[in-house]
Design a protein around this ligand. Structure first.
Ligand SMILES: *Cc1c(COP(=O)(O)O)cnc(C)c1O
Length: 343
């Protein structure tokens, strides 16, 4: 493998994170959001890993994502969060009863009732994104509701008043609906406490090692990155590095030019010093601007040579804070140039 970067995905860490979130979910079943190709890490691999760990409820956004997963084992349930639009019906019916829509509009409910099949339903309790409102509940008459959902807008801010308000509205709206199960909490929602757990929780980001700090402290990192040193350079004081000549060497330095860039998910907004690589156990800080295919590191303290492979840190929380880009966007933005390696 020449200079292609590698993205190593630690399946044991994903399974451990799921078990931790499942334990924190108390008596509720614990599902897994694997939309956007498992937050960029491979929906099929995450599905297989968590199925073995004991997860039975999975979530994607699009029917194409459901179809791409292929046949599901007996006992698996896959819910499609974007519901059943007119153009989705053929795909939805072809996928069989293990895959259900999460219906979110009256038109979708009316359309799906004609199939005679059960479905999940999303209620809007203050997010104002997808979901039936309080005035729409009557349309559910005659539909077999498997899981009745709502989604929290501010679960990552535990003290935000909308958390309690959404809980109260969800209870009130769910009361007349004969649903087999209720579900409200995403990863951060699990941390709000037992009142938010109901019968099923829907973690996503936590499985992949991200989320607000309280949860994250106990979660394991899932992603490891490695790339090749293409060139080593010696800099003299006053030499500049990269586009815009932003970095100016204050002293003699050794610079490692590494085959990884913003096309591989390293946002240019990461300031020098906010990203690091490790070579020989020595941490080397990013210097200069990140370009599309290359990054430059201060390797003065490491013994490195052209052609060496180096571990480049992918610190979800740190990079999110330093770049102003959410942990979610960083994960799904890792790009398609990596050789993926599951272990
Ligand atoms: C994406 C998503 C989740 C998972 O959210 P995380 O914050 O990643 O845990 C849960 N529920 C719904 C409806 C979602 O769209």
């Amino acid at each position: 493998m020449p200079s292609q970067p590698t993205l190593t995905i630690d399946r044991t860490a994903i399974a451990d994170n799921w078990r931790l979130l499942a334990a924190a979910s108390g008596s509720a079943a614990t599902g897994a959001a694997i939309k956007a190709d498992g937050y960029g890490l491979g929906a099929r691999e995450v599905f297989d890993t968590l199925w073995k760990a004991g997860a039975r409820d999975f979530f994607v956004a699009h029917w194409s994502e459901a179809a791409a997963l292929g046949p599901l084992p007996e006992g698996a349930r896959l819910a499609v969060l974007h519901g059943a639009g007119a153009d989705d019906m053929d795909a939805a019916l072809a996928l069989g009863p293990k895959v259900v829509p999460v219906l979110s509009t009256p038109a979708q409910v009316v359309r799906w009732k004609q199939t005679g099949r059960p479905a999940d339903v999303m209620l809007d309790t203050g997010f104002n994104r997808l979901g039936l409102g309080p005035g729409d509940i009557g349309v559910l008459e005659g539909l077999e509701v498997a899981t009745l959902h709502s989604h929290l807008a501010c679960a990552d801010e535990p003290l935000h008043p909308l958390n309690a308000l959404q809980l109260e509205r969800f209870r009130a709206m769910a009361l007349p609906v004969p649903a087999a199960r209720l579900a409200l909490a995403n990863s951060a929602g699990i941390g709000l406490g037992a009142d938010w757990h109901f019968g099923l929780t829907r973690p996503g980001i936590g499985l992949y090692g991200g989320g607000p700090s309280a949860e994250r402290s106990r979660l394991r990192a899932v992603v490891g990155l490695a790339a090749t040193v293409l060139q080593m350079r010696k800099l003299q004081p006053g030499d500049t590095v990269g586009y815009g000549a932003d970095f100016v060497a204050a002293r003699p330095m050794r610079l490692a030019v590494v085959a990884l860039g913003y096309a591989d998910g390293f946002r240019r907004a990461l300031a020098p010093g906010a990203a690091c690589m490790t070579a020989d156990g020595v941490r080397c800080a990013l210097v200069g601007r990140i370009s599309m295919d290359l990054m430059t590191f201060d390797a003065s303290a490491a013994s490195l040579a052209e052609g060496d492979r180096v571990a480049v840190e992918f610190d979800l929380a740190g990079h999110a804070a330093a770049s102003g880009v959410s942990q979610y966007e960083l994960l799904v933005g890792l790009g398609h140039r990596y050789a993926r390696c599951y272990r």
